[in-house]
Design a protein around this ligand. Structure first.
Ligand SMILES: Cc1ncc(COP(=O)(O)O)c(C=O)c1O
Length: 381
């Protein structure tokens, strides 16, 4: 048994028993190379095809539209670099937002260094980009719009279907990073009108190191990883069959448990907020409180300093996160909170992200909230 209360499921989540069983079974029995033509290879191919079908169906796609990747970062890199390099002759303008994950932002920055022009759209104080801002930024030569589905730090959900509708008659490829949303939100790629969509297994109780990029048939996309002919020549490399089978098991269990989990995590949010309110703490929630991912709760506590806050939470056995990158021992302010509140805002120094997931009980959450309240009372000034 772990002695800590894990409230960092947005960073990564544990695999559940069904997923571990699917993975260990496959590690023992399904070891052929899916490209081999002998019996062992054909067995792997068959299992891989079945798993790919599960992944495709989960977003209303066809199985040939799923490119297996090593996770969300590679899916984002493939989407952005693959589109830019395939479409550079049609235009060099890309639109994204200031609150994307670094897998998107750093890739866009690389393209800027290579002569592409990137517009980083601002967001409002709830962390949402406006459809009108996307419309104003669009140019004839825009080749890619890449906007995340749900933010990993504050949970705010973006108007993806509305942006999809806006882009219906525009040449731009539309990509969404759905890494945090997949599993807990339901969506259909046709309804969203997206051409590319990134997903990662380890955020929804699957294994680390596996994900996929949905690639709508006919969308121009240059290959990013070169080598063999796997994934219809869109992503070379021998497929990680045990991880893919475990991913499919995670997807199946997510769809069975989705509505219960959503209700439970909303209840967990309310428990924490009630404990903080009853404890008379001075705090506010960062991000939208309605159109928001159910598992993410980002809170700004007046008078707290994030470094000592996190250390004290850790000492109290609570795993949470600041949503900021910890570089060389110092915590960089979160680019998401900077985009929402501006440089110098108190939220950059005093915000903590709690995120919920499988295995957590009401009792864990209440205990964590009470310990957090005690720490805030001790440290806030
Ligand atoms: C929104 C978002 N995109 C991309 C990623 C990267 O995914 P992975 O860890 O699978 O590479 C993450 C993970 O933190 C994320 O939260």
């Amino acid at each position: 048994m772990n002695s800590y209360i894990y409230l960092d499921h947005a960073a990564t989540s544990p695999m559940n028993d069904k997923v571990i069983d699917a993975m260990t079974l496959a590690m023992r029995a399904v070891y052929g190379n899916a490209s081999s033509i002998h019996g062992a290879g054909r067995e792997s191919r068959k299992q891989l095809d079945d798993a790919r079908e599960v992944l495709a169906q989960s977003i209303g796609a066809k199985s040939g539209e799923i490119i297996l990747t090593s996770g969300g970062t590679e899916a984002d890199n493939t989407a952005i670099l693959g589109t830019a390099y395939a479409r550079a002759t049609e235009g060099k303008h890309i639109i994204t937002t200031q609150i994307e994950h670094h897998a998107v932002l750093h890739t866009c920055e690389k393209l800027e260094r290579e002569g592409f022009d990137v517009t980083y759209l601002p967001v409002d104080t709830e962390g949402r980009v406006s459809v009108e801002a996307v419309q104003r930024a669009l140019r004839e030569e825009t080749i890619l719009v890449t906007i995340m589905y749900g933010n990993n730090e504050v949970g705010t959900i973006q108007p993806i279907a509305e942006i999809g509708e806006l882009l219906r008659n525009h040449q731009a490829t539309f990509h969404t990073d759905a890494v945090q949303a997949y599993g807990l939100e339901t969506f259909d790629v046709t309804e969203l009108q997206v051409d590319l969509l990134s997903v990662s297994a380890h955020k929804m109780n699957g294994p680390k190191g596996i994900g996929f990029l949905y690639h709508k048939t006919g969308t121009p996309l240059a290959s990013y990883i070169l080598g063999g002919s796997q994934e219809k020549k869109r992503r070379a490399g021998t497929e990680n069959v045990p991880a893919v089978l475990a991913f499919a098991a995670a997807v199946q269990s997510a769809s069975e448990l989705r509505s219960d989990k959503r209700a439970l995590y909303n209840h967990f949010k309310q428990i924490m907020l009630d404990v903080f309110t009853q404890g008379k703490l001075s705090f506010h929630v960062n991000g939208d409180t309605k159109d928001v991912l159910p598992h993410v709760l980002n809170i700004s506590f007046t008078g707290m300093e994030v470094e000592s806050f996190l250390v004290n939470l850790d000492m109290a056995g609570i795993c949470a996160s600041s949503g900021s990158a910890c570089t060389a021992g110092s915590i960089e302010p979160s680019h998401v909170l900077v985009a929402m509140f501006g440089q110098g805002a108190e939220e950059l120094r005093n915000s903590i992200r709690f995120s919920f997931g499988e295995g957590l009980t009401e009792d864990d959450v209440r205990q964590a909230a009470e310990k957090t309240a005690t720490i805030v009372r001790r440290l806030a000034n």
